[in-house]
Each structure stands twice: as C-alpha cells, then as structure tokens.
Design a protein around this ligand. Structure first.
Ligand code: TPP
Length: 278
C-alpha cells in the first residue's frame, strides 16, 4: 500500500472512531451512567475491525462465512452497539434505548441482538467460546476468522488460560485475541487486585504469536493485524495498552472509571472534547 493510501485509511478510521465515541456518549447520556470509559477506550480497535478488517454483511448478520467478533466482556456492549449502529446492522435511533427496560441493547450484550455472537455477563468464558468456534469453522472448511476481545481482568480467570492452551494446541492461526489492558478492573488497577503482568510473556509461553501495542493508535493496530496475518500455525494475541475514557480528558482524569455516573452538564463538554480531536 502506498504511504498516501495508508494515511488516508488511518484518517478515515480515526473519523469512524470519533463517531463511535460520540455514539458511546449518546448511549451514556440516555441513562446518565454506564460503561462509558470502556466504550471510549476501545473505540479505535472497533473502528479498525468493523470498518477495515472484519468480513461481514450488515444486511445479513448471520451470513455463515462471516468473520466472528466474540465479545468476552459483556459489559463492553456499549462499544459493540456503537459499531453495529455505525455499520448499519441496527438502527442508529435504537442507541437511545441503551440499558432501558425491554431494550435489545442490554448493558451486557445478548445473542438475541443481530450481530452479537455471544451472550456475555459472566467474565472469563469468551476465549473458550472463540476457540470452539474456530475449531468448528475449520472442521466446516469455512474461510472465517474469529476475533475475541477480552480484558486484563479476565486474565485472572482460570478458564482463559485453558482456552489459551487449547488454541495453541490446535494451531488456530485464524484466531485472534485482543487483550484490553486498560489497567482497571471494578475495584482498582489489576496490579493492586491481582497482578496479571507480564502479559505478553504469558501468552508467548502458552504458544501464541504475540505483540503489544498502543491500543489507541490506529496505525499500530493495523500494523499488528498485518504482521499477525503473516504468521501461521499459531493463534495471535494482540495486547492493547489503552486509556480508559480515551478522547474525553474530563473522564480520562478520573481515578475510577469502571462504571461512571456523569452529571447532566458534563455530557455536552464530553461531546465537545471528543469532537475537537482527530
Ligand atoms: C465471573 C465474573 N466475576 C465477576 C463479575 C463482576 N464484574 C463485572 S465487570 C468486572 C470488572 C472486571 O474488570 P475488567 O474485565 O478488566 O473490566 P474493566 O474494568 O476494564 O471494564 C467485574 C468483576 C462478572 N461479571 N463475572
């Protein structure tokens, strides 16, 4: 790819990421609270996946040869809804129902919504499901790849490591795990709750192809995916160092961001802050 083409792609994806962040704020404002920090921190990855990497058809979310995006961390649903609305899988107006009684957009994602591959909520199960899907797709001789997003908190769950072991054993090179290292879990930083570092060395020791990048840098995400795509016989772990609340300095500065409540007057400022930066 020429440098100019690459620069244009990065700019287009940054614009998408900004729109996804605005969708996240829209959902958060409707309920006055939510997993807004996570939606903002992972928007760059979601922009790359949904507007560059994933093979899917918004008009046919259950197309059998689609790539699978498996969200381990159900509470990151806000980021997935933003991407599904922007991609045209669900109506944008439905974002206003996020977290409301009877809404399809539950605070933790559920398979009843088109485009959601896994019902989340209980952490630590996503990678096992992704491994199972990857094995099944291979047996069915389908071209689909499986992309799993998990959190640093989920590295404290034993099942994650059983799945990591089996992914390497079965040489699932069409399986990609993104680990969102935002250095937060419900009660503080993992280093204080239960240390998960050194993350990259652990995945490497389990036999995965690994790299660790700035997860809020779109160029770096693209490069990591390109490099990983050239490695065969091993599943790929892409460790993302991200900043919770990314794009809204008002939130980035907060100490605890796992589930935030935001004052009525702060949403306007948050939108302004997101809109100002590309
Ligand atoms: C098995 C399980 N244990 C506990 C919880 C409660 N819980 C929901 S979100 C969360 C925080 C987990 O931290 P992390 O996954 O790193 O998320 P982040 O703080 O980055 O949103 C916890 C403990 C859960 N949903 N499932």
């Amino acid at each position: 790819m020429h440098d100019t083409d690459r620069a244009a792609l990065v700019t287009a994806l940054k614009t998408r990421a900004r729109t996804l962040r605005l969708h996240v704020l829209r959902m958060g404002e409707c309920v006055g609270q939510g997993y807004v920090g996570q939606g903002l921190d992972i928007a760059d990855l979601m922009a790359v996946l949904y507007f560059h990497t994933l093979r899917f058809d918004p008009a046919r979310p259950d197309w059998e040869d689609r790539d699978r995006f498996v969200l381990s961390i159900g509470h990151y649903a806000i980021a997935l809804y933003a991407a599904l609305a922007e991609a045209g899988v669900i109506p944008e107006a439905e974002l206003d129902t996020y977290g409301a009684d009877g809404s399809r957009l539950e605070m933790s994602a559920a398979e009843s919504l088109p485009g959601v591959e896994m019902t989340g909520g209980s952490l630590g199960h996503g990678l096992s499901q992704a491994v199972g899907m990857a094995i099944g797709l291979r047996l069915d001789k389908r071209p689909s790849r499986v992309f799993n997003l998990l959190s640093d908190g989920e590295l404290q769950e034993g099942a994650t490591w059983e799945a990591a072991m089996s992914g390497a054993h079965y040489r699932l090179d069409h399986l990609y795990a993104f680990i969102d290292c935002n250095n937060q879990q419900a009660d503080g930083p993992p280093s204080q709750i239960m240390n998960v570092e050194p993350v990259e060395e652990k995945w490497k020791a389990f036999g995965w192809d690994t790299r660790r990048i700035d997860g809020n840098n779109i160029d770096a995400i693209l490069a990591a995916l390109e490099e990983a795509g050239r490695v065969s016989e091993r599943p790929h772990a892409i460790i993302l160092d991200t900043l919770m609340g990314k794009g809204v300095p008002l939130f980035e500065r907060r100490e605890k961001l796992h589930f935030i409540r935001v004052g009525r007057e702060e949403w306007e400022l948050a939108r302004k802050q997101v809109s100002e930066v590309l």
